[in-house]
Design a protein around this ligand. Structure first.
Ligand SMILES: C[S@@+](CC[C@H](N)C(=O)[O-])C[C@H]1O[C@@H](n2cnc3c(N)ncnc32)[C@H](O)[C@@H]1O
Length: 280
C-alpha cells in the first residue's frame, strides 16, 4: 500500500506544478491516508498503481482528485482570533476612507472550506453593523474544487462548527440540519465562491483587503514572491494584505509595509520600492 520513491517524487512534482505547494509525500502518513479515500473510490489497492493511472491517458480527472486529496485544507472559524479584531478595525478604517456607495471588496485566497470568509461576513454583519448598508463583496477562492463545493454548501459537522465559534454565534448564524449545521441564508448571501489558482492572475478588479493565510508557507520562494506581486497588482493603494501567523512579506516583496495601527496586516504601498530605499 505504501508509496515507492519514484511514485512519491512524481506525486510531489504533480502537486507543486498544479498548486505551487511543495509537500513531502515520501513517508508522509497523512498523504497516504488521504490517498486511501481516492483509491477506495476507484477500487484501487496499490499506491503505485494509482500513480500509474494518473500518468496514463485519461488520467486528468484522477490527477485533480489526487491533488485535492493531498492539499492541506486545515481551517476553522476566527482562526487566530486576535487578528480578526485588527481586520475588523481595518475594514472600518477602509469603509470610512472610501466614497459612500462604493463597493468594499475583500478576497480570501485559499479560503479552504469557507470558515475564514464566513467569519469575515459574520464580523461585518454583527460587529460592523453591516457597514451601514455599504455594498460589500466577499470573495472566497481555492484551487481545491472539493473545498469550494463544501464552502458553497456552508455545511459543517459538530466538530467543525464548534472550532472557533461560540455557541451564541453558532445558534444565531447556523441552522441545525440533522448531524450538521448549515449557514443561514443571510450570511450565505454575503459571500461568493469560485475556483481559482493563486499561481494564476488574480480575479478581476481591485480589492481593499486580501487574506491569504496559511497558503504561501508551502510555496517555494520564487512562487511566493510572484504571488505577492499579483496580490499587489490586485490591491488598491493602502489596501491591506493579511498572511498567516507564521508568514511574512519581509524579504519577499517591497510593495508592502507593516501597518502600524493594525497588527498582522500589511499595508499596500502606493509608491514602491519605498522612496527612502530608492534614494539609498
Ligand atoms: C491550510 S488551508 C488555509 C485555509 C485558510 N486560509 C486558513 O488560514 O484557515 C490552505 C488552503 O490553500 C489552498 N491552496 C493551496 N494552494 C493553492 C493555490 N495554488 N491556489 C489557491 N488555493 C490554494 C488549499 O487547497 C487549502 O484549502
Amino acid at each position: 500500500m505504501g508509496l515507492s520513491e519514484p511514485s512519491a517524487r512524481l506525486l510531489t512534482a504533480l502537486v507543486e506544478a498544479r498548486t505551487g505547494q511543495r509537500c513531502d509525500t515520501a513517508g508522509n502518513w497523512r498523504v497516504e491516508s488521504r490517498l486511501g479515500g481516492v483509491m477506495a473510490s476507484r477500487g484501487l489497492t496499490d499506491m503505485d498503481e494509482l500513480v500509474g493511472r494518473i500518468v496514463a491517458p485519461g488520467g486528468a480527472g484522477l490527477a485533480r482528485d489526487v491533488v485535492d486529496a493531498v492539499l492541506n485544507n486545515e481551517t476553522y472559524f476566527f482562526r487566530d482570533s486576535e487578528t480578526f479584531n485588527h481586520i475588523g478595525r481595518f475594514i472600518r478604517h477602509m469603509h470610512d476612507r472610501i466614497e459612500p456607495g462604493r463597493t468594499l471588496r475583500i478576497w480570501s485566497a485559499g479560503c479552504s472550506t469557507g470558515q475564514e470568509i464566513y467569519s469575515l461576513a459574520l464580523l461585518i454583519a454583527e460587529e460592523l453593523d453591516g457597514l451601514e448598508g455599504r455594498p460589500v463583496e466577499l470573495l472566497g477562492t481555492d484551487v481545491s474544487t472539493s473545498a469550494i463545493r463544501r464552502a458553497e454548501r456552508g455545511e459543517y459537522n459538530q466538530f467543525e462548527i464548534q472550532r472557533g465559534l461560540p455557541v451564541r454565534r453558532m445558534l444565531r448564524w447556523f441552522e441545525q440540519q440533522g448531524e450538521s449545521w448549515r449557514v443561514q441564508p443571510a450570511l450565505r448571501a454575503m459571500v461568493r465562491f469560485r475556483s481559482h489558482n493563486i499561481l494564476e492572475a488574480a480575479p478581476a478588479g481591485f480589492f481593499h483587503l486580501i487574506l491569504c493565510r496559511n497558503v504561501l508557507m508551502y510555496f517555494p520562494g520564487p512562487a511566493r514572491e510572484a504571488a505577492l506581486a499579483r496580490f499587489s497588482d490586485a490591491l488598491v493603494p493602502e489596501g491591506g494584505l493579511v498572511l498567516g501567523a507564521g508568514e511574512t512579506v519581509l524579504g519577499r516583496s517591497d510593495r508592502f509595509r507593516i501597518a502600524e495601527d493594525f497588527r498582522g496586516i500589511y499595508e499596500h504601498l502606493t509608491d514602491f520600492p519605498p522612496r527612502a530605499a530608492r534614494l539609498g
